[in-house]
Design a protein around this ligand. Structure first.
Ligand SMILES: Nc1ncnc2c1ncn2[C@@H]1O[C@H](COP(=O)(O)OP(=O)(O)OP(=O)(O)O)[C@@H](O)[C@H]1O
Ligand SMILES: [Mg+2]
Length: 507
């Protein structure tokens, strides 16, 4: 049997198909809240409308704001007639409820129709479908699920610092893991937001081997040799290729897992070895060879000469690399993982959190890029759908116009992910920091209090906010987010309170 809903008011004259004015009943004045869910029951047409309470307003007919009234000069009058003021509001109509489904509104509700409040999930006679829920509508407890079919249409989570973005994303990840067969790879920028929730699935980014280009860039930067970066890059390739040569000259069967140790005498580094060298899966080879500062310096001297660098330049490169890049080059011996192996782990374990905090920005971006590229390799080579959600927190560091390596891979995913089931979850304080291509391809948003007034305009530029103004966001507390866009079955921003996501339990 349908529950009796609480009547809270009546539709007044001048209703529209999207906004209808409400005269609030006296006993309901303390009950209504901005963004409460309500139903309008139209006895004349038999229709039911679903909407949100907005623009609550208290009126006193004896105190018009533009006229001087006796009440002002005679405060005792105000004490006598305390029940004269009354409340009005509007219902922002979301749609018509027809046979348990939501349909677009085609005509306004008849004035005098009753407005009823939705106070609990049972009050809503509407099928909102199945899916993942990060919480409930703040006042009614109604769950508004995100259907998994919208995961590859990408999700943005935006809000000022401390709004609760990372906790919301954590709630979403757990829902994805428990309610779908999607896999999840999380890039934890700070290293403290996700790693301790999934301690058995963490990959330390400092163990992941960079590709030759990123390595060349790093050595050049560390050694203050940015202007000589091309020589250094050539050296990196020559160094790798020289090891391959050392190994192939040995007799007997190849042992692919064997660490290739250079013998001091046989190690010769030259650009000649780079020619015709098979650089597929180079990173794997890089995890198998020995990285030795002394040999690397010999290599840069030789390559420098071969490429006709001037003698002082060659000497400078060798000296500065010896002084500033010792630690970096030797640390490569500890990097035993490749991006491909990280993705293999995701496919096997369903969730992997990459702790990016241990490496510098250029490496972080490289890792994000190369892991995403590995997902695309599955598509390009095997025509398989990875069905993987790529979660990037503090995403402005990876999806911005100047974000180098990671930008292109995220953009490709934003544009083409839907066809191949690779979805993005990008959390950030500011949406403007995402490249236009990325911004325009995010179809579902959770947004909260924003960092600056300009952020509101940016959000409005990519999303139908259903008449919400900046003031509606500025009053939001921690854990309060509007859920909007394609993934929302109501297709209208709904104010959600994110479920409790406690501190990680240790051990
Ligand atoms: N769903 C939640 N359950 C419990 N506590 C929460 C929740 N959301 C937020 N909090 C509280 O608010 C704090 C900030 O949340 P969170 O780290 O998710 O914010 P953020 O938006 O990611 O901030 P930043 O931009 O600084 O990364 C948390 O440490 C926690 O104390
Ligand atoms: Mg955060």
């Amino acid at each position: 049997m349908a529950k009796v809903l609480k009547p809270v008011g009546v539709i007044a004259s001048g209703s529209k198909s999207f906004y209808a004015p409400v005269l609030v009943y006296k006993d309901a004045e303390r009950v209504l809240r901005e963004e409460s869910l309500a139903v309008i029951r139209d006895r004349v047409t038999g229709k039911q409308y679903l909407g949100l309470i907005r623009w609550l307003s208290k009126i006193d007919p004896l105190l018009p704001a533009t006229q001087r009234s006796g009440v002002v000069d005679n405060p005792r009058l105000a004490e006598i007639a305390t029940n004269v003021p009354f409340e009005t509001s509007y219902v922002r109509i979301i749609g018509e409820i027809c046979g348990g489904k939501l349909e677009p509104t085609v005509d306004p509700p008849t004035p005098r129709s009753e407005v009823l409040l939705i106070e609990s999930p049972e009050d809503l006679a509407l099928d909102v479908g199945e899916g993942m829920t990060i919480g409930e509508h703040k006042y009614s407890g109604v769950k508004v699920p995100l259907n998994p079919k919208y995961l590859p249409y990408h999700i943005g989570v935006v809000g000022a610092t401390g709004a609760g973005k990372s906790r919301l994303v954590k709630a979403l990840i757990d829902e994805v893991l428990s309610k779908t067969d999607w896999k999840v790879i999380v890039f934890d920028h700070s290293g403290v937001d996700y790693t301790s929730y999934y301690p058995h699935n963490v990959v330390d980014a400092s163990l992941v081997m960079p590709d030759p280009v990123t390595l060349g860039e790093l050595i050049a930067e560390r050694s203050t040799l940015e202007r000589q970066e091309e020589y250094i890059l050539a050296t990196v390739y020559a160094y790798i290729a020289s090891f391959k040569r050392t190994s192939t000259t040995t007799h007997g069967p190849q042992k692919p897992d064997k660490v290739l140790t250079p013998s001091g005498t046989s190690f010769a580094c030259s650009m000649r070895f780079v020619e015709g060298f098979d650089f597929t899966n180079t990173e794997k080879l890089m995890t198998e060879i020995t990285w030795d500062l002394h040999l690397f310096r010999k290599c840069v001297e030789r390559v420098g000469k071969e490429l006709e660098a001037k003698d002082p330049t060659v000497a400078k490169m060798s000296l500065l690399i010896g002084t500033y890049s010792k630690e970096l080059i030797e640390s490569l011996n500890k990097k035993k993982l490749t991006a491909r192996e990280v993705v293999d782990r995701v496919l096997k374990e369903r969730i992997v959190v990459v702790d990016l905090s241990s490496v510098e920005m250029v490496v972080r971006r490289y890792i994000v890029k190369s892991v995403i590229d590995e997902l695309w390799r599955i598509v390009d080579e095997r025509r398989e759908k990875p069905r993987t959600l790529v979660v990037i927190d503090e995403a402005h560091n990876y999806a911005c116009m100047g974000c180098g390596a990671s930008l292109r891979s995220i953009e490709r995913t934003a544009r083409e992910g839907r066809k191949w089931e690779i979805g993005l979850v990008l959390a950030s304080q500011r949406i403007i920091d995402f490249s236009t291509d990325i911004r325009n391809n995010i179809n579902t948003f959770y947004f909260s209090r924003l960092q600056t007034p300009g952020d509101f305009e940016n959000l409005r530029g990519v999303l139908d906010l259903g008449g919400l103004g900046p003031e509606s966001l500025s009053v939001l507390g921690v854990r309060e987010f509007f859920f909007a866009g394609l993934g929302n079955p109501l297709r209208f921003p709904i104010l959600m309170r994110v479920k409790e996501v406690g501190e990680p339990t240790m051990g």
